[in-house]
Ligand binder design. Structure first.
Ligand code: GYE
Length: 334
């Protein structure tokens, strides 16, 4: 009897363990299918999405938009967070290929170094969509389309606003720049657009420029260094709101008034950034919309059906002054 009971209870244990293992297996695959069939058994399109990370308010809003839009569109989403590392993104894309997903989309953390893995996706006949950030691959057949903002334009709009603001300046206006992630499309392009625009006025000079990796902590730390090394800083151009928000702490700690002693220009226009603008701590924001989910799901369906899609789809955006931020803030979604 005793042996019998032991036997039964170990069977129970095995049953529980099997259930737990199955559950982990399903969770590891990210969603509701078994992972090796690409979800084709339930008739749904399976999308493998490799996200950059969770480095900023923009990114959090972008992830929410993608997850909500996938659920809304009935698309089975396998979501992977690469924690701002290219090697993790390459690994995730290879996993998606192995799992035979229907479509792969990703937001490339940096621009270079994607040809090999994209070729693997192409050989496996899995269409790829670039979301938010571009790659610099010469072979355009490696992806179907690129959905995202014009980052050069964002930098240019930021620079043009400053040129107008400082048009009466008679002496040097010292600018420091907080760049986004080194090698990323938004860092490269925003830098370029801004530099082109401010070249219209030789008084406007970038005296220091360094990466804060698009994070608050990075923005704060690099701004502290800038303030220590440069007694006269007139303007901060931060490639995103989060770095600007981090820099606010460094500026206040240095006994300066943000928005007054130092003019602050950023990009994104997420809620916290818009609040800082409405409060007079920031002076100008070039908007970059993270709400790419619905358009992405539309594209996923089209490329899956073999329909032609435009090679480039640009997000529509605007700019905000302090007054405009006060007006827009109550209805801001992210
Ligand atoms: O501006 C920044 C984020 O790629 C447009 O990445 C995106 C940028 C965004 O971390 O906040």
């Amino acid at each position: 009897m005793k042996r019998m009971r032991t036997h039964l209870s170990s069977r129970k244990v095995i049953a529980v363990l099997t259930a737990a293992l199955l559950a982990t297996g399903v969770a590891a695959c990210g969603n509701s299918d078994t992972g090796d069939s690409g979800g084709k058994d339930d008739g749904k399109i399976t999308l493998g999405f490799s996200q950059v990370g969770a480095e900023s308010g923009w990114r959090t809003a972008n992830t929410t938009s993608i997850k909500e839009a996938a659920a809304e569109a009935g698309i089975d989403l396998k979501f992977d967070d690469a924690q701002q590392k290219q090697e993790n993104q390459i690994k995730a894309i290879r996993n998606f290929i192995q799992q035979k997903v229907d479509v792969i989309a990703f937001s490339p953390v940096v621009e270079s170094g994607w040809d090999t893995v994209l070729k693997e996706a192409k050989d496996a006949k899995i269409p790829v969509i670039l979301t938010d950030r571009a790659v610099d691959s010469a072979d355009k057949s490696l992806y179907k389309t690129f959905l995202g903002s014009d980052f050069v334009k964002e930098g240019r709009l930021a620079g043009e606003w400053l040129v107008e603001k400082e048009k009466a300046a008679t002496g040097p206006v010292n600018i420091v720049e907080l760049q986004g992630t080194t090698g990323s499309a938004p860092a490269n392009d925003r830098k370029k657009g801004f530099a082109d625009a401010i070249s219209a006025n030789p008084n406007l000079k970038i005296i220091a420029s360094q990466s804060g990796d698009f994070t608050r902590a990075g923005g704060k730390q690099v701004m502290e260094q800038f303030l220590k090394a440069n007694p006269k800083i007139d303007v901060l151009f931060a490639h995103n709101d989060d770095m600007g928000l981090g820099a606010l702490e460094a500026i206040t700690a240095a006994g300066k008034v943000p928005g007054k002693d130092i003019t602050i220009i950023t990009v994104d226009a997420v809620k916290d950034g818009m609040q800082a603008l409405a409060d007079g701590k920031f002076n100008f924001i070039a908007e970059c919309s993270p709400l790419l989910g619905p358009q992405l799901m539309d594209l996923v369906k089209k490329v899956h059906n073999g329909e032609e899609v435009p090679v480039r789809i640009e997000t529509q955006e605007t700019t905000f002054t302090q007054e405009q931020a006060k007006e827009a803030l109550p209805n801001r979604k992210y």
